[in-house]
Design a protein around this ligand. Structure first.
Ligand code: AHR
Length: 653
């Protein structure tokens, strides 16, 4: 949104004249407090907004195994195409049989529309693969421009001979001479005699993250990697629960050969009728093995969340829930998951992991049980899980839930219950408006230090009337996060949510990272998360503002702050967020150090004059952090922080 220019000028002139008193921030530099956990700032991954299929999982073909309830959803067929259901993969039994079209001028074949089209890039290679059987058969595989006015629709084509009576996987590489954001995949049968069977029709970029064959979209994983996240929560929130019993997330369905991972409905395809995506399913090509591997690749601790034997409580009556006597299989799933992640290769599930290509354990330390649950039924269900996990794996830290709200009846009920059950961490969720974020500057100051630790597992500032990503919301997130950081002895993990959104396929916003078929956009909130993560330090350091502890709600004069020490880099790092509409003068003194022990440092600022702006596909770098040198004298910095700015001051000792 654009701001009317005369109004902006007026705002700025008011700001300048309103310049306020000096604020004295005193960092107790000789008092290095307790550690900040390596897991402190992390990522929440959920297959919402086409984050997995159509997103990070780089498969470009939708409904590749013809298993969607409408078996040809995403496909156009022509000529003589039949659907069959006795294929080689028992959990995905459908395939297609192509036959003679009945005339020598006609064709038999299929065309796939991809996810909002198929994005291909000039000079990139794409691996087409298909399971097939047939004698002396030939197909032509084409990537075509959809709706092209040009001479030819075809961007690239290859021919593939198929000559096996048994099922076999065939491959061919297509080298694209052009960039096309919304191509289609077309397959023709060139031979006309007899029939040809095709199953699991797939197309991937060859250039994937870490060049893994048929792996993850490189640009999207790179953005995650660049955040240096401490923890990766997966497979999400509500998706763990499912809309009904059959659609709950079952991790065992997501491992092993991809062709045989059974399709599941994605609960987000119908959750919001005003954002309805009837073609949204989970192929589980991105499954638990890949999640663990991803966590390892990006240096994050893996944090799976499992179903506690409750389906979505928003969408189901209590009478529809599994009873306590029916949850043993769920508990067994949890125990088996730990074995899958950490077990020796002579255990059943440890061997499974090794056979999938990862002999070494994944070093699982945390397990979440239950997402947004509430009522008595939740602790009742959770208790036997905790007992069973503790008995076999006492080293695993268990995360319970405080329900869907950031406060209120369920929250007040569940926290003591989690304490009673001995949960190690409690997952709190808050998608709240500006006012809430501004008033929570001291949320964790008085939390019990002896009880479970906090996992702020899903949060984002949802602007009132502005439920979209914008700079101001990210600024308030930054302000709120000073509170997490000052209370890092009790807050051990925090993950913004949701993580990804396809610009054409979102159900929920704001989100951290946006993308289309070819490009990625880091939101302002992403930069805030990244700035915290890259500057999280190793230890808390106390600080005061104007002689008062920096703890007050709504900050002091709109200012929020925190300070940390980084023992690896020998840096003091002070974060200050000015949420007010005026520039503010700051004096930051590092007390308790010998004279002039700090050398000149740098300041990273994150600011926009337009509170409603965010980065977009058209202007991906509209708001980015800026770094500049800053000098300090006798361990004292005198500076001005602009209105509406997040600033990080770093000095080396
Ligand atoms: O992040 C989107 C959803 O919000 C999650 O699935 C759920 O846990 C929460 O309600």
């Amino acid at each position: 949104m654009k701001i009317f220019q005369p109004f902006l000028t007026l705002m700025l002139s008011v700001d300048l004249t309103a310049q306020s008193q000096n604020h004295n921030l005193v960092v107790q530099a000789n008092k290095i407090n307790g550690p900040i956990q390596s897991t402190m700032y992390g990522l929440f991954f959920e297959d919402i907004n086409y984050a997995a299929d159509g997103g990070m999982y780089a498969e470009l073909v939708k409904n590749r195994s013809f298993e969607f309830p409408q078996n040809f959803m995403g496909w156009v067929t022509y000529g003589n195409v039949k659907l069959m259901d006795d294929g080689p993969f028992e959990r995905n039994p459908h395939y297609i049989r192509l036959g003679n079209p009945g005339h020598r001028e006609k064709w038999t074949g299929v065309e796939n529309e991809g996810f909002f089209g198929i994005g291909i890039k000039k000079d990139n290679d794409y691996r087409f693969s298909v399971w097939a059987r047939g004698e002396n058969q030939k197909i032509r595989v084409e990537l075509i421009k959809n709706n092209s006015m040009e001479e030819s629709q075809v961007v690239v084509q290859q021919e593939l001979e198929i000559n096996t009576t048994e099922w076999k996987q065939y491959e061919v590489i297509l080298h694209s001479p052009a960039t096309e954001p919304k191509a289609h995949l077309r397959i023709f049968m060139l031979s006309r005699e007899s029939t040809l069977d095709l199953e699991h029709i797939s197309l991937f970029p060859v250039d994937t993250w870490k060049n893994r064959k048929n792996g993850l979209r490189k640009d999207l994983v790179q953005v995650l990697y660049d955040m240096h996240p401490g923890v990766l929560r997966f497979p999400g929130g509500c998706i763990v629960e499912g809309t009904d019993f059959n659609t709950r997330y079952q991790w065992k369905n997501t491992i092993g050969q991809v062709e045989n991972r059974p399709l599941n409905e994605n609960r987000w395809h119908y959750t919001f009728p005003h954002r309805f995506f009837p073609d949204y399913f989970q192929s589980y090509g991105l499954g638990f093995f890949e999640f663990f591997q991803l966590a390892e690749d990006i240096g994050a601790a893996p944090l799976p969340i499992l179903n506690v034997g409750l389906i979505c409580q928003y969408q189901n009556e209590e009478s529809a829930q599994p009873t306590i006597n029916q949850i043993q299989p769920f508990i067994q799933d949890a125990l088996d998951l730990i074995e899958f992640a950490n077990g020796d290769t002579n255990t059943k599930w440890g061997r499974f992991r090794a056979e999938m290509g990862h002999e070494a354990p994944f070093n699982l330390k945390y397990l979440g049980i239950g997402n947004e649950q509430w009522g008595k039924i939740y602790p009742e269900h959770l208790k036997p899980f905790i007992e069973a996990v503790r008995k076999s794996y006492p080293e695993i830290k268990i995360i319970g839930s405080s329900g869907p709200g950031s406060e209120g009846e369920d929250f007040e009920y569940l926290w003591p219950q989690m304490r009673k059950l001995g949960a190690d961490l409690v997952d709190e969720h808050f998608y709240r408006p500006e006012k809430w974020f501004l008033s929570q500057g001291n949320r964790y100051d008085n939390y019990d230090r002896k009880g479970p630790k906090v996992f702020a597992g899903e949060y984002a500032c949802h602007g009132t009337g502005k439920k979209f990503n914008h700079f101001h919301a990210s600024l308030l997130e930054a302000a709120f996060m000073t509170n997490l950081e000052r209370n890092a002895d009790v807050v051990h993990m925090a993950t913004y949510a949701p993580l990804f959104a396809h610009v054409e396929g979102w159900q929920w916003r704001p989100d951290l990272i946006w993308f289309d078929n070819l490009n990625t956009v880091k939101s302002c909130s992403y930069y805030v998360q990244q700035l915290y993560s890259l500057n999280k330090g190793t230890n808390m350091v106390p600080l005061t503002m104007n002689k008062k502890p920096v703890s007050g709600q709504e900050g002091q004069d709109g200012l929020f702050a925190s300070a940390v020490w980084d023992s690896n880099e020998h840096h003091y790092i002070v974060k200050v967020v000015n949420t007010s509409n005026k520039p503010q003068q700051l004096t930051i003194s590092f007390n308790g150090l010998k004279k002039a022990q700090l050398s000149n440092g740098k300041v990273i600022t994150f600011h926009s004059d337009n509170p409603d702006i965010d980065n977009s596909l058209e202007t991906p770098d509209a708001v980015t952090p800026k770094e500049s040198p800053i000098s300090i004298e006798n361990n004292i910095l005198n500076t001005t922080i602009k209105a509406q700015t997040f600033a990080i001051y770093k000095f080396k000792k």
